[in-house]
Ligand binder design. Structure first.
Ligand SMILES: Nc1nc2c(c(=O)[nH]1)N[C@H]1C(S)=C(S)[C@@H](COP(=O)(O)OP(=O)(O)OC[C@H]3O[C@@H](n4cnc5c(=O)[nH]c(N)nc54)[C@H](O)[C@@H]3O)O[C@H]1N2
Ligand SMILES: Nc1nc2c(c(=O)[nH]1)N[C@H]1C(S)=C(S)[C@@H](COP(=O)(O)OP(=O)(O)OC[C@H]3O[C@@H](n4cnc5c(=O)[nH]c(N)nc54)[C@H](O)[C@@H]3O)O[C@H]1N2
Ligand code: SF4
Ligand SMILES: [Mo]
Length: 739
């Protein structure tokens, strides 16, 4: 217990920055945060924290953080009232609609559209009302392959199998580095701590990654495969399971379709055949397959390195196939689905389960829509290529695609062509500098908190609510109204009655729950995210169902528990959880099998000499926490990691400037010679490249770094999902002669 705990000036909440959900104690004097400490009493995190969590005060007080709407007149920005900002948006939108019609409107939702209390719950309303002809999101630079695989295998794109690390005997992790990321689509109080405990109880951890990451260093074994070859390696594992009669469906027997098709598909992939392509000896692959089969309980988990690569969809699918064939899917100690106190996604599914996977081809590249969106890689060309259907107006929410999406240079050049660009964001950064109007997002401390996007990925069942610590600026509309009004303007209904919209939105959620609208409306008069949260809790598995279950929970239950409340651990869900048309798990979706010839082509091709992968750092968060001085101070982190053999071959010494080029761009960066990386692979962190003209982030401008996505060609996508290829990019490296 720390000395802050009894102090009335100490406010308890949780950090919203990543999936760690760390409890924090925020000590306040007047309007200032004076200290943030870990909350050892927080039920979920029990004092675990990382360096970012203590900087929410710096973020809140950051003089560069936007607090009022900004309007750009030519090259000049000025603060404006909310009313004037909306009027300007209306005028711009009206002009675009008159000239080009609704088909010119697009939306891009970023990683931080999940961050805010209202934003996480009202982005769907903004998108629906906005009637945007093209929708993009950071999903297609992230987990879209997993969404595709879940959609086809389980009938629900967000039904993410989560490794049961606390009960497993063997944890196999492909393309994830929780030592830096803290875990992703895998929300756990302390993954690295759990890895230690797992090994202490005699279990094993195997990391499959081209880089010897902090996670690999904490594991029993590091398998340094070639980037982009996971699908082949996993097919070889499946091959061995069948060839050596190691398939044990266990509880899944009779619940899966497609076992024979999977067997047939893997027949061509004995370990000896994929070893060269994967850069992993055949006996290592064979042993791995046997270990997974022999472990009483094994959890196989793939993350961003298996998604943002050429065969992300195949790899995501095969991770789950291996789990199913060894009886480790939907099983304690294997992977499980979460049980949520407030199952928000069930009431507001981002994409209908009965809709088709693929949509219409888009205009320039003919890429099919996937799960309701187009690949982020296509945004630039849809803006800069003239013709009917060209994008002329764009809304961005919580994203910085000029740094985070591939083909950055083209996007950076395309955005100024827009006739109307509206950004909802906290900073004037590389992307928002092109906006006509920026609407400021709230600071995390100015809003209540209950995590919409982490509890669904946590096997610990629980809930944690915190009220806002500071009041937003006077005169600021509630956040849900900002989003609803923005949607209405873009959808051509600028005068829409926002209260009526909210009632219809909320009413539709009530209908999903079987609770009569009039009961929910009478019990929850307060509008906005709070009543949605309350509906989710009260109709969720522990809720009171508005009196039907007298001892059930309400939001009040959690308000009374400022350190949060835990309610147990997820269990296997059985066949009832599967939402496919057949009611069974589909192990061999035709969409996946149809992608195998593309893998064959890659296996037959000559591999590139040098490829680039991305990395994360604990003191950074994608593109936007670099304006916090305490996080960026110290040794330069935006460096090129390169193996000594490659460095020697290229005549590069530690600290030299390397010139790195790819099919899409070129940049110069300091080299850091490091043997913790596979020869032939180099790595750079993502989210850097600050300080460009027109940006207003004083601190990050001093620690600019380089933008890795100048090197990621927009043309490189995993075709089965449209996901961007951000790992395994062929590059050429020389020692820079004139830096
Ligand atoms: N500190 C911090 N935490 C974060 C973030 C952050 O920026 N900073 N971002 C958050 C977000 S948005 C996300 S999505 C998560 C991501 O969370 P993680 O998935 O854990 O992400 P990374 O730490 O980038 O680890 C990805 C690993 O994949 C490896 N890799 C690259 N290519 C391949 C490949 O072809 N095959 C295999 N097997 N491995 C490969 C890389 O070397 C790297 O070690 O992190 C979240 N948490
Ligand atoms: N090369 C390479 N590129 C990558 C990755 C990689 O590993 N390698 N990772 C990819 C991944 S996994 C992801 S998720 C994306 C992330 O990329 P993006 O989705 O573009 O998200 P961020 O870079 O996190 O930028 C978040 C933006 O939201 C703003 N913001 C912060 N909080 C809020 C809020 O509460 N509300 C609103 N409205 N705005 C807010 C910030 O100022 C910032 O501009 O990057 C991807 N790009
Ligand atoms: S950013 Fe750090 S403090 Fe915040 S939730 Fe993640 S791990 Fe916890
Ligand atoms: Mo992400």
């Amino acid at each position: 217990m720390n000395s802050l705990s009894e102090d009335p000036s100490v406010h308890r909440r949780a950090c919203p920055l990543c999936e760690g959900m760390c409890g924090i104690r925020v000590k306040v004097e007047g309007e200032r945060v004076v200290a943030i400490r870990p909350d050892f009493d927080n039920a979920f995190s029990r004092g675990h924290i990382c360096p970012k969590g203590t900087t929410l005060g710096d973020l809140h007080h950051d003089p560069d953080r936007l607090r009022r709407p900004m309007i750009r007149d030519g090259t000049q920005w000025r603060e404006a009232s909310w009313e004037e900002a909306f009027e300007r948006i209306e005028t711009l939108v009206h002009g675009v609609r008159e000239r080009h019609g609704q088909e010119a409107f697009a939306f891009y939702g970023g990683n931080m559209s999940k961050g805010g209390f209202d934003t996480a719950r009202y982005t769907a309303l903004l998108v629906r009302e906005g009637r945007f002809a093209q929708r993009f999101s950071s999903s297609s630079v992230d987990q879209l392959p997993k969404n595709v695989s879940n959609f086809l295998m389980y009938g629900d794109m967000w039904k993410m199998p989560i490794p049961d690390i606390d009960h497993t005997d063997l944890f196999v992790i492909l393309g994830g580095n929780p030592a830096a990321s803290k875990g992703s689509i895998f929300s756990h109080r302390d993954v690295m701590g759990a890895i230690k405990l797992l090994r202490a109880r005699g279990g094993k951890v195997i990391v499959i990654d081209p880089v010897r990451t902090g996670t690999a260093q904490a594991a029993d074994q590091w398998i340094a495969l070639r980037p982009g070859s996971d699908a082949a390696l996993l097919l070889a594992i499946v091959h061995v399971l069948f060839a050596e009669n190691l398939v044990r469906l266990k509880h899944l027997a009779g619940q899966v379709n497609g076992v024979d098709e999977v067997r047939a598909a893997a027949l061509d992939y004995p370990p000896e055949r994929v070893a060269g392509f994967c850069g992993v000896p055949a006996d290592v692959i064979r042993t791995l397959a046997r270990q997974i089969a022999a472990a009483p309980r094994a959890a196989v988990y793939g993350r961003i390195g298996t998604c943002t690569q050429t065969f992300g969809t195949l790899a995501s699918w095969l991770v789950d196939v291996v789990g199913a064939l060894t009886g480790n899917l939907d099983a304690a100690g294997g992977t499980l689905w979460s049980t949520q106190v407030a199952p928000h996604l069930a009431l507001a599914p981002p994409y209908p389960t009965n809709a088709p996977l693929l949509g219409k081809p888009n205009r320039v590249r003919g890429a099919r829509g996937i799960l309701g969106q187009y690949p982020a890689s296509c945004l630039a060309e849809e803006i800069d290529t003239p013709g009917p259907g060209q994008i002329h107006a764009l809304v961005t929410l919580g994203c910085n695609p000029v740094l985070s999406a591939p083909g950055s240079a083209r996007l950076d050049a395309a955005l100024p062509l827009l006739d109307c660009m509206v950004c909802v964001d906290m900073y004037l950064n590389e992307t928002t500098r092109h906006a006509h109007v920026i609407l400021p997002a709230l600071s995390p401390l100015e809003q209540p908190h209950w995590d919409v996007w982490s509890w669904p990925f946590s096997l610990t069942i629980g809930g944690h609510y915190a009220p806002a610590l500071f009041a937003p600026e006077a005169g600021r509309p509630e956040d849900w109204r900002v989003l609803a009004r923005l949607g209405s303007i873009f959808g051509g209904q600028p005068e829409a009655d926002l209260d009526a919209l909210d009632d219809a939105y909320f009413g539709a959620m009530c209908d999903q729950t079987g609770i009569a609208r009039n009961i929910a409306f009478a019990a929850l008069p307060q509008r906005g995210a709070r009543r949605i949260l309350e509906l989710c809790i009260r109709t969720g598995p522990f809720g009171d169902r508005f009196g039907e279950k007298p001892n059930g929970m309400t939001l009040q239950t959690f308000i009374a528990q400022p350190d949060g409340l835990l309610l147990g651990h997820a269990e296997a869900q059985g066949p009832a959880a599967i939402k496919t048309p057949s009611g069974r798990i589909e192990l061999a979706p035709p969409h996946m099998l149809a992608d195998l010839p593309r893998l064959e082509e890659a296996m037959a091709a000559t591999p590139p000499d040098l490829v680039l992968v991305s990395r994360r750092h604990i003191r950074s968060l994608n593109s936007w926490m670099h304006n916090v001085d305490t996080l960026v101070r110290g040794k330069e982190r935006c460096t090129l990691h390169i193996h000594p053999q490659d460095a020697a071959r290229l005549g590069l010494a530690d600290g030299d400037v390397a010139e790195v080029s790819s099919a899409s761009g070129r940049l110069q960066v300091f080299a850091e010679v490091d043997d913790g990386i596979r020869p032939g692979v180099v790595s750079l962190p993502h989210g850097w490249g600050h300080g460009g003209p027109g940006t207003r982030t004083q601190v990050s401008a001093q620690h600019a770094g380089v933008n890795i996505n100048l090197l990621s060609p927009g043309s490189l996508v995993d075709e089965a999902s449209g996901n961007a290829v951000l790992n395994g990019i062929p590059v050429h490296i020389e020692r820079a002669t004139a830096p």
